[in-house]
Design a protein around this ligand. Structure first.
Ligand code: UDP
Length: 379
């Protein structure tokens, strides 16, 4: 089995690469390192069945040899990441999905889209089954991610129906674990990093909003199951163990034994009030269920963040100096190649949009990151 993993150097992508390599597959990991890190896959670079390609999935994907499957994960995924570069977030969902679908079509390969619980927006239905159509503000700040993923689902479905591609969609609910970036701004990383530093935990709003957190090892089992079958989905993948953000803050303080206090910050616009998946489809169609309780998963994640390199990790991607695969043995750099897509990709070729990389459009006061920015955000 030979699989292309787009976004393969990211948090989830790198764990997926591990799982596929572990079972003997050949893997090409494609990532532009805008939010992923070579460090996440550096332990795989010596494996002859693994190739890292530094490339932007929004360009036409040209890779030699035949592929059996495409796992399409390339996208910013944390709220601060996708709010920082709105047009790029939208084109990650649109152009990159089109490009990955065309690649799967050309290879007659299974295509799996990593979609998100964000397609449900701020849900009016609780719990969320796959049949729920969602409650999304199409011009709200989160729309750059939510609508991009909704478009990606529509595009994926159309390639299944109109082009006969073997497509599958998973909707990933909040997932956590080792290799999350200390600066990704998500609640788990913020709370853990803040607790380990003895800094106040930044609880947004009254903290009664809920999420259901899935440990990464559980999620990856589900993704592999979806890659290996021909189910079209969409299928929710997440852990239905629901807790409020206040409960999460208290849990992190308890497990770390931190002296940190909780400080309240403004609730971001359109922040979903409740989120909890119905996972019957995953059980019936994939034989999947999560098994790692939040206490165990949080402990594992804390241990990983206690590693000095992680606590001090500089922001990655294009913000403070782009991490480059060029420095790493076994890594290839793919230059953009766009025959047949001149019109669609013209803005990229002119550099109009790439010129925006690195500009911070986000109101960081509302989306503080773990570490230094967080303290400023709490003010
Ligand atoms: N949140 C928080 N403090 C933080 C970061 C996030 O209270 O430092 C809240 C946020 O408002 C949301 C929840 O935690 O209600 C989950 O946020 P996250 O960014 O992790 O993911 P989301 O599910 O919103 O995409």
């Amino acid at each position: 089995m030979r699989t292309l993993v787009t976004g393969g150097a990211g948090f989830l992508g790198s764990h997926l690469c591990d799982a596929l390599i572990d079972r003997g597959d050949h893997v090409v990991c494609l990532d532009d390192l805008s939010s992923g890190r070579v460090a996440n896959v550096s332990h795989l670079l010596d494996c002859e069945r693994f190739t890292f390609v530094e490339a932007d999935a929004r360009w036409e994907i040209t890779l030699e040899g035949k592929f059996d499957a495409v796992a399409h994960l390339a996208s910013p995924a944390s709220p601060p990441d996708y709010l920082e570069r709105p047009p790029e977030s939208l084109t990650a969902g649109s152009h990159a999905t089109l490009s990955a679908l065309n690649f799967a079509h050309a290879n007659n390969a299974r295509f799996m889209l990593a979609s998100t619980s964000e397609v449900y927006g701020d849900p009016l239905v609780h719990l969320q089954p796959e049949t729920y159509w969602g409650n999304v503000n199409p011009i709200g700040p989160r729309s750059v991610y939510d609508e991009a993923k909704r478009f990606a689902e529509a595009m994926t479905t159309s390639y299944g129906a109109a082009r006969g591609v073997n497509v599958g969609i998973i909707r990933i609910f909040n997932t956590y674990g080792p290799r999350m970036r200390a600066d990704d701004g998500r609640v788990i990383t913020n709370f853990i990093v803040q607790a380990l530093r003895g800094a106040p935990l930044t609880l947004y709003g009254n903290g009664q909003q809920t999420r259901s957190f899935c440990y990464v090892a559980d999620l990856i089992r589900g993704i592999v199951g979806m890659l290996d079958c021909s189910e079209p989905g969409p299928i929710n993948l997440g852990n239905p163990e629901e807790l409020s953000m206040k409960e999460l803050a208290e849990l992190v303080i308890h497990i770390t034994g931190s002296t940190s206090e909780i400080t309240h910050c403004p609730l971001p616009a359109d922040d979903p009030t409740r989120r909890k998946p119905v996972i019957e489809q995953a059980a019936q169609r994939l034989g999947w269920a999560p098994s790692v309780p939040i206490e165990i998963g949080i402990k594992q994640t804390i241990e990983w963040f206690q590693h000095p390199a992680e606590m001090n990790a500089a922001p990655t991607g294009n913000r403070d100096g782009r991490e480059s695969g060029r420095r790493h043995r076994g890594a290839l750099v793919q230059e953009p190649h766009v025959p047949g897509f001149g019109q669609l990709y013209a803005p990229w070729r002119s550099g109009t949009i790439s010129a925006h990389w690195g500009r911070a459009n986000t109101d960081r006061r509302r989306f503080p990151r773990g570490g230094g920015d967080t303290a400023a955000g709490a003010a």
